[in-house]
Ligand binder design. Structure first.
Ligand code: 5GP
Length: 208
């Protein structure tokens, strides 16, 4: 069986990537979303083990010591990391695993696993980004400002990604993301088993 693909979805805070992920999971079957660990406080409605594994800084540091993370990074005063075991299990079982993570972590993963598909989500304009970030009403003004500053830095590095998804309309964006992942499966690098198999069959024919 072919291994699953590792897909990273990053985007500015307020780009709508959370909504895109939710719809992608509802609409298509073969995707598994990795649940991250974080030291930030849960927002209203967020459930431990579903949206995040909420950890103290000590627990998070212990996981680093145990080499339990595929990657981890700091983001606006808190730590975030991807637990390794769940990702590996699902990739080995042939499922595509999606990491919704910020840029520093994304680049760590790409360095270690160059075959990772890297997608960056952005609203069509900066004004729209600010509107969405304020509109969701989950952060204080101070945090909104810090997240917008972070977006300025992230914009400089968008070019390191494989694809940019402009989130104008959620359903269209979800379908585009699905198509990108499916196309990645067809890349020759991800078809090694198929190629070996057909070569073997053809060689056998020759021998007859
Ligand atoms: P939020 O606090 O809005 O849920 O997430 C803040 C940022 O952290 C987002 O850009 C999100 O994609 C990122 N993030 C969430 N989980 C992880 C993770 O496991 N690793 C890294 N590097 N970033 C993460």
């Amino acid at each position: 069986m072919n291994k699953g693909l590792l897909v990273i979805l990053s985007g500015f805070s307020g780009s709508g990537k959370g909504t895109i992920m939710k719809r992608l999971m509802e609409k298509y079957d073969n995707y598994v979303l990795s649940v991250s660990a974080t030291t930030r406080q849960p927002r209203t409605g967020e459930v431990d083990g579903v949206h995040y594994f909420f950890k103290t800084q000590e627990e998070f540091d212990q996981m680093i010591k145990e080499d339990a993370f595929l990657e981890y990074a700091g983001y606006v005063n808190h730590s975030y990391g991807t637990p390794k075991a769940y990702v590996e299990e699902n990739l080995n079982a042939g499922r595509d695993v999606i990491l919704e993570i910020e840029m520093q972590g994304a680049l760590q993963v790409k360095r270690n696993r160059p075959d990772t598909l890297m997608v960056f989500v952005t609203p069509p304009t900066a004004a729209e980004l600010e509107k969405r970030l304020r509109g969701r009403g989950t952060e204080t003004e101070d945090v909104i400002q810090q997240r917008l500053q972070r977006a300025v830095v992230e914009a400089e590095y968008m070019q390191l990604y494989d694809y940019i998804l402009v989130n104008d309309e959620v359903e269209a964006c979800v379908d585009e993301l699905h198509s990108l992942i499916q196309a990645q499966h067809k890349q020759v690098g991800n078809q090694k088993e198929f190629i070996e198999d057909i070569c073997r069959q053809l060689n056998k024919r020759e021998e007859k």
